[in-house]
Write a protein of this length. Structure first.
Length: 260
């Protein structure tokens, strides 16, 4: 085949023919379509990719708008913290045990100081009734009194008795030949020598503190003695009877004891 062969110029797969590769009457008598252009295939691919990208962007934007709308409709944090509106009735009622349960421990009660409590007034206790002290010179005790060798007497008790404490006894009687009257302890005594009168309280008070002693005195019937007892009382003793000479010695006296 030479270069002038028309089939080289206008072959069935294209060439430099004037009809762009279309040969009405090809060598085989068949119409052959032209090959698709390469640029058209790339354009379709780019269009498909662009459409996919746009769809994805629309989906993202739509999702964002939906989420933003939901956030706007959500309850603000401050409103959620404040709780439901108290003006609206609750939709459901909590059980009674939960509704009445205290939400916090009760406050410790504190003592009120507005008005101090006044303690009840207790009536004063009445002290036991005692005999008022007698003024000096008042007779505390008067009567007949026996004083023996074995039975001393405490003139400060009323009536006078023997004290278990020897120092509290005021007089005793001893048989030393004649009967003797012996002052005991701190007792002071003297013999009243004025037979014309019986000494009263003032008479004995005027002499016993200056002339009285604790010396024993010889007893005889009618003897009068002024004395100051261990507790400071004035006394007067007048001998009425004298008996015995030994352990049975005894004297009976008319005694007056004045209060101090």
């Amino acid at each position: 085949m030479n270069s002038g062969d028309p089939r080289q110029e206008n072959g069935p797969y294209g060439g430099n023919g004037g009809n762009g590769g279309y040969v009405p009457n090809g060598a085989y008598g068949t119409q052959i379509p032209a090959a698709p252009a390469r640029t058209a295939s790339h354009r379709g691919a780019w269009i498909g990719a662009g459409a996919t990208l746009v769809a994805a962007v629309i989906g993202v934007v739509g999702t964002y708008l939906v989420n933003a709308n939901n956030d706007k409709n959500a309850t603000p944090p401050a409103a959620a913290a404040q709780g439901p509106d108290s003006s609206k009735a609750p939709e459901s009622k909590a059980p009674e045990s939960e509704a009445t349960a205290p939400t916090s421990a009760p406050a410790t009660p504190t003592a009120t100081t507005s008005e101090p409590t006044t303690p009840p007034t207790t009536p004063p206790t009445t002290p036991p009734t005692t005999a008022p002290a007698k003024p000096a010179g008042t007779v505390q005790w008067q009567g007949a009194l026996a004083i023996t060798f074995t039975d001393s007497k405490d003139l400060d008790s009323a009536p006078p008795v023997e004290s278990e404490i020897n120092a509290e006894n005021d007089f005793s009687v001893y048989p030393f030949g004649d009967l003797k009257l012996q002052p005991e302890g701190d007792t002071k005594a003297l013999v009243w020598k004025d037979a014309s009168k019986v000494p009263a309280y003032a008479d004995c008070a005027g002499v016993v503190d200056t002339l009285g002693t604790s010396a024993e005195m010889t007893l005889k019937t009618g003897l009068v003695v002024c004395a100051r007892t261990n507790d400071g009382r004035l006394a007067r003793l007048t001998a009425k009877e004298l008996n015995g000479q030994s352990s049975d010695a005894a004297g009976v006296f008319d005694v007056v004891v004045w209060s101090r």
